[in-house]
Design a protein around this ligand. Structure first.
Ligand code: ADP
Length: 267
């Protein structure tokens, strides 16, 4: 069992990714795909006159401020074009993919963080009316039912809150929670960099291997959104996933290469 998270940043070749995923699937590799969509969401938000706003928490993690309108735009991309674009590509390659969000069937359940604390210009502030959340659990039975039926689940990172509300949740941590629930051997977190870089953006400074016990020390190299990937990796390993690879989603054979250990292997 493997769980693959593919980012939504510019530069990712989704056709090549689906070629590789389909080939592995046809060889019998059970897989769940979790996807991003941040770049498309930013573009659509701009086009709709509701530009994105990113905020930083006191502990240094960045996230998309998600007011109600942003949640709707987020759903248009994540539950719409991004998810269906992957399902369509996989269907075209003979994989019976089923696209769903974490809201559907309470695949991911979570807790809303209606008020979030942020740091802006050195000052702490509280933002209200936020529709982001943290993941509390996974409907593992639903995923198993799909996998047993021969379907590949393609999951958009939303969660269902305690009152049934749709929540924007982090994709890397959603993939980590799914990998843990399915007791996956490997979690691949693929984006538009070769892995965790010691001197970002110098691609020759790739950190090839991190022992689980030393994640904290290496986490200091991650900035911006890479921080969430390292956190996701840490959560997955703590919950029993065998290994996590932070790998490159660009170019042909990216899934196979990451499975073979290209990228940053955390074990
Ligand atoms: P995705 O949307 O593809 O999941 P993100 O854009 O959220 O990926 O995260 C990957 C980004 O993290 C890289 O494109 C890069 O800009 C940033 N980053 C920050 N620090 C590092 C680092 N030390 N090594 C690699 N990438 C880093």
């Amino acid at each position: 069992m493997i769980v693959i998270k593919v980012g939504g940043s510019a530069g990712i070749d989704y056709d090549a990714l689906c070629d590789d995923l389909a080939e592995l699937w046809h060889k019998g590799q059970r897989s769940v795909l979790v996807h991003g969509g941040s770049d498309e969401t930013n573009k659509l938000a701009q086009a709709l006159g509701h530009p994105p706003r990113f905020v930083t928490s006191p502990s240094g993690y960045t996230s998309r401020y998600t007011d109600r309108r942003t949640l709707e735009i987020f759903e248009m991309v994540y539950c719409g074009t991004a998810n269906k674009g992957l399902v369509e590509r996989l269907q075209g390659r003979g994989v019976n993919a089923v696209g769903l969000s974490g809201l559907d069937g309470r695949l991911l359940h979570g807790k809303r963080k209606a008020n979030i604390r942020i740091i802006e210009q050195g000052r702490q502030m509280v933002l209200r009316d936020d529709w982001t959340g943290s993941i509390e659990g996974v409907n593992e039975g639903l995923l198993q039912t799909l996998l047993d039926g021969g379907y590949m689940p393609v999951v958009a990172p939303l969660a269902c809150g305690e009152n049934g509300e749709a929540l924007n949740v982090d994709g890397d941590r959603a993939a980590a929670a799914i990998a843990a629930a399915l007791r996956a051997e490997t979690l691949l977190l693929l984006s538009n960099v070769p892995g965790l870089l010691r001197n970002f953006p110098d691609e020759s400074s790739l950190i090839a291997h991190i022992p689980q016990a030393e994640i904290e020390e290496y986490a200091g190299f991650a900035e911006g959104r890479m921080k969430k990937k390292v956190l996701g990796a840490q959560e997955a390993l703590a919950a029993g996933v065998g290994r996590v690879v932070l790998g490159d989603a660009r170019g042909a054979g990216c899934v196979s290469r990451a499975l073979a250990g290209a990228g940053t292997v955390i074990q």
